[in-house]
Structure formats: C-alpha cells, structure tokens
Write a protein that binds this ligand. Structure first.
Ligand SMILES: Nc1ncnc2c1ncn2[C@@H]1O[C@H](COP(=O)(O)OP(=O)(O)OP(=O)(O)O)[C@@H](O)[C@H]1O
Ligand SMILES: Nc1nc2c(ncn2[C@@H]2O[C@H](COP(=O)(O)O)[C@@H](O)[C@H]2O)c(=O)[nH]1
Length: 204
C-alpha cells in the first residue's frame, strides 16, 4: 500500500439519515478533504446546481457514461440512476488528497470490491422513526417516494455490518467530529505509513 496516495472515503447509509447534511458541515470546516460530485438522472431539487450538487444527466447520457466505463460505480435507486465519475476520484487520490464519496449502499459495495483499501463509514440514524421524520421534514419527496425510501432503508440498515466504521448521526456536530477522528486515525495506520518507515530506516 502506498502512503503517498490520498484516502478514498465512502460515506453511506440509508436515505435521509443525513449524509448530505454531515458532508456539508464537514466541508464548512475547510478540511483538506475533497468531495466527489455524482452524476444522476433525477431532477434537480430547488437550490441544487449542476456541477455542484450533482451532474444532472438524461437517461441516455448516463447510459453512455456506463458504456464508456466512465463511472467508478453506479446504481439504480428509487427509479433513477446515480453514479460516481471515475476520473475525478482517481486524479484526486493519486495526488495525495483525500476524497469523500457520499453514496448509497449498493454503490458502496461495488467500490469496496474494487478498492478494499478504502475507508468505509456507515451513517446510522438514532431510530427508524427519526429517519422517517427527517425525510418527511426535508419536504423534497411525495408520500409515495418517502414510503419507497423507507422500504429500501430497512434493507440498507442490514448492510451496516460490512463497514469499517459506524457513526451515529444523532447530532450533526458530533457525527462530523467522529468522522474527522476516523480520518485522522486512518492516516496513522501503520500499513499506510510503511513506505515512509522504510525510507527512515534506509537513511539510517
Ligand atoms: N443530526 C440530525 N438531526 C436532525 N436532523 C437532521 C440531522 N442530520 C440531518 N438532518 C435532517 O434530515 C434531513 C435529511 O438529511 P439529508 O438530506 O442530509 O440526508 P441524506 O442522507 O443525504 O438523504 P438522501 O439519502 O435522501 O440524499 C434533512 O432535512 C436534514 O436537515
Ligand atoms: N451509488 C450511488 N449513490 C449515490 C450517488 N450519489 C448519491 N447517491 C445516493 O443516492 C441516494 C439518493 O440521493 P438523493 O440526492 O436523490 O436524495 C442517497 O442515498 C445518495 O447518497 C452515487 O454517485 N452513487
């Protein structure tokens, strides 16, 4: 494992648990972490900007990205496609910068198969009732879509056991602190520092 590569950090968890909110709060702290912008076929929500929140694509454009192997992973989630553009992720980690992917669990599983050295964090809600209330209060989905997302959420919670870390999102500030601690600890793992250690020994 190379210590000069950045960390590939995957933040996943059920819909509405607060992945976006926690990532935004982390971003506001101006850490050195970069954020992957996903592609999707879903319609933009009020206030969302192309290239900032998502690259909004037609179904045909998205399928072309799949065909041309331009996605690190992709998934169909509640009637739409979502995927992570490959180039940005590879360029970022190869220049030694850390990057966070905020994605749903099927996509996270695919990334893990390709990049087992990544850091996989599952964001957990305090309860299912709180999860429903968060999606409802966000006010971006119809009752029908909320029910679909809650059905998927139960399956998504079962995936928690496959992650390296589980962070409860009880309070946004606490969740951000926990994630920052994980990133710091991962930078200190001895297998990530092995090249640096060998250089020290060689100089001696
Ligand atoms: N710790 C928290 N306490 C209370 N409310 C929260 C907390 N974290 C997020 N929320 C609220 O929950 C709602 C869902 O959050 P957010 O959109 O960030 O979730 P998400 O996991 O990114 O959702 P999706 O998977 O649908 O994209 C938002 O209204 C947000 O303000
Ligand atoms: N597999 C992927 N999932 C992604 C990606 N970008 C976002 N997501 C996840 O999709 C759901 C729904 O998002 P929403 O913005 O419509 O609420 C949520 O869990 C996101 O984290 C991606 O590139 N790949």
């Amino acid at each position: 494992m190379q210590d000069d590569k950045g960390l590939l950090i995957v933040l996943s968890g059920p819909a509405g648990v607060g992945k976006g909110t926690v990532c935004r709060a982390l971003r506001e702290q101006n850490t050195d972490i970069q954020y992957s912008v996903s592609a999707t076929t879903r319609n933009p929500r009020e206030g969302e900007t192309h290239g900032v929140n998502y690259f909004f694509k037609s179904k045909q454009e998205f399928e072309q990205m799949i065909e041309e192997d331009r996605l690190l992973e992709w998934a169909r989630y509640v009637d739409n496609y979502y995927g992570t553009p490959l180039d940005n992720v590879l360029d970022t980690i190869s220049t030694g910068q850390d990057i966070i992917l905020e994605i749903e669990v099927q996509g996270a599983k695919k990334v893990r198969e390709k990049h087992p050295e990544g850091v996989y964090i599952f964001l957990m809600p305090p309860s299912l009732a709180e999860l429903r209330s968060r999606i409802t209060e966000r006010g971006t989905e119809t009752e029908e879509l909320i029910n679909k997302r809650m059905t998927v959420a139960r399956e998504e919670l079962d995936m928690m056991k496959h992650y390296d870390y589980v962070v409860e999102n009880d309070e946004v500030g606490l969740a951000v602190e926990r994630i920052r601690s994980i990133v710091t600890a991962e930078h200190c793992r001895k297998d990530r520092l092995i090249n640096k250690y060998q250089q020290l020994v060689e100089v001696e």
